[in-house]
Design a protein around this ligand. Sequence first.
Ligand code: DGY
Length: 324
Amino acid sequence: MTEKPRILVTRRWPDAVERVLAERFDASFNTSDVAMDAKTLAEALQSFDAVLPTVSDRLPASLFEEGDLRTRILGNFGVGYNHIDIAAAEHYGITVTNTPGVLTDCTADIAMALLLSVARRTGEGEREVRAGQWTGWRPTHMIGTKVTGKTLGIIGFGRIGKAMAKRCHFGFDMDVVFYNRSKIDPVEAARYGARQLETVEDVLAAADFVSLHCPGGGENRHLINAQRLAVMKPGAYLINTARGDVVDEAALIHALETGIIRGAGLDVFEAEPNVPERLRALENVVLLPHLGSATEETRTAMGMKVVDNITAFFEGREPPDRVA
Ligand code: DGY
């Protein structure tokens, strides 16, 4: 690199990573940490060599059409990139990278936390204690659902789906079935104590807990809709740590209100950070503010992956995590 590339970091990142970026690049940081609007992002594409967005930035095709583009790489901070119009980026010759691998365990941990939390009603229990409304132990108080030995259904058997299977099968003696678009070698699946079923419906019908681990956007939008929720057991729970748009949120709210399913644990929502009032009013849901990868170790590792990707790109090497 002769002259340092101009880069824009759209949100605050862990200090250690921002320090490396500042040393290596002509870096601009978003010190206010307020999500950037479309106009600011469009201008950024015209004035920076690299833009480093997150899931809170929207980069639809229209943003790329606004003027002369200077940006040559979008180094996304996150494994999911359905907030970026990949076809448009490719059309304008912009490379896109993501951060796979380093958030697998922490995201599976949050899925496990949601599963346990909603089944054992820990959110409700905590609210009761904090409100000073607990009247003492009694045999019929806040009865939940046993987790150990139940059946887990996974939709999307990638890294995070496998990590979830491992936790549930080896930690909680659960029978694990999954749906995955491509065929997984049964020997590989067995390493995670899991077996593949033919259709999404087969998994939904078999599972006591359904955990979503597929990408968002495209044909996965509203993969879980009213028809599919109706296939789930009435006593079953839905866990979503993937992307909000994988679930038809209105249909889910109806299913939760009317007992079509028993409960849900959600880390992601259709229109983040807006969570519908009707969902927030329900006791049979556990709601988290998109915390899947939110640990010091993982967020730093994600940032360092972006550093590696854009460094490779500007040195003329293939970025390790290119998606477009
Ligand atoms: C991811 O990595 O996709 C997380 O959901 C944050 O974007």
